[in-house]
Design a protein around this ligand. Sequence first.
Ligand code: NDP
Ligand code: 2IT
Length: 443
Amino acid sequence: MDTTKFLTQLKKQTPNEDEFHQAVTEVLESIEEVYNQNPKFEAHKIIERIVMPDRIIMFRIPWMRDNGDIEVNQGYRIEFNSAIGPYKGGLRFHPEVSLGTFKFLGFEQVFKNALTTLPMGGGKGGSNFDPKGKSDNEVMRFCQSFMTELYRHIGPETDVPAGDIGVGGREIGFLYGQYKRIVNRFEGVLTGKGLEWGGSWIRKQATGYGTVYITQHWLKEHGTDFKGKTVAISGSGNVAIYAAEKVMELGGKVITMSDSTGCIVDEEGIDLKVIKLIKEVERGRIKEYLESRYNAKYSDERNDVWKVKCDIALPCATQNELDIEAAKALVKNGVLVVAEGANMPVTADAVHYLLGQKIGMIPGKAANAGGVAVSGLEMTQNSMKFKWSPKEVDEKLATIMENIHEACVKYGKRADGYVDYVKGANVAGFLKVANAMIDHGLI
Ligand code: NDP
Ligand code: 2IT
């Protein structure tokens, strides 16, 4: 495979999709060796096929503001690859998304879902709708309009969406209600559902917990653990909050968190009760933390989270939030490991730099796979019409994260003993999906 030539061609065919190109480049660089060792991949044109979604659905979402004004947003669902199971992946509501954003997220999801060992293909979707500043009723009307189009494309055995940025329990509730109303069936078409109506225990916590579980394995391999470690976390949403919770449970100290407007540093250790109140209940801004914790500091530069001295960095906000400058600052301050709670939060040059410095670098498709893994377990429970206990789900999540860690080590270990988790995750995910595609013939 001539990677450079292939990428040049891809960029020509899919202009203005930088994030997608970034995600594809990383995978191609990682798998080049294994691809060239197995001529069957080239013979079956696996690369050409795997970078092209099965289908892209784009639709109009008209909805009405409380004051009667009409708004129109763009909706997307990328059904990327179903070689190993129904399309599965979250919905993102954020004003800055584009087709390229959803293609990058859908592409990543294909390999991530393969790593979980559960039968899930990859998909992603959402809208440029911004839930911030909207009333509950406006969010409900938007979700109902979104689902009125999306319902015809999804189903428990076809495509199972979930949450992502801007889509949490409230949105999943409104989306589910509208789906059920249209199809007149109570079925597991979405994950992240409420605990009283088909949701799984631990789904809310799963991504953050999983990120910490896999980091725990990295630390163990290096003869240490979370006890007494200082941790920098970006974001203060679903992933960040539950990553922080698990770090604290394991004896680590989280000293910084952020949102899109700024970051806080609390050297005494973040008080998570305050963060949960501001973010989960009041839907407020991170700056409000200072009203309860007078010794904390605030900066309106959100990426200042990477300037603190820490042992472990968990970027849990959004893509490309940790750049080369931030990576250099972290290394200078003695960071041991960076684990991506978010999808692709570390820029490509920063990833290369961290790998070059032999810092632990656990990529999102491994580190944040716990969320979709428990979504897979939610699907299983829905099919069985049964519910496991929180302990059972948490144990299964821990085992899945341990297996993902093992897969990364298996395929990422270099001759000098350093484990390139980026390569390991990409190769392990790719082999599973590529082999399934070959088994299915030319489709
Ligand atoms: P939330 O919406 O709950 O939280 C997102 C957090 O990131 C908020 O603090 C938000 O700040 C911040 N953020 C969002 N967009 C930006 C931006 N453009 N610049 C700076 N900060 C931003 O989302 P999640 O916690 O669910 O998702 C966080 C990341 O984790 C995403 O990359 C997502 O794809 C990934 N992920 C999520 C999973 C899940 O189960 N939820 C599973 C696997 C990965 P503000 O409130 O100011 O916007
Ligand atoms: O990026 C992700 O893995 C998610 N947003 C979760 C997807 C899911 O289907 O639970």
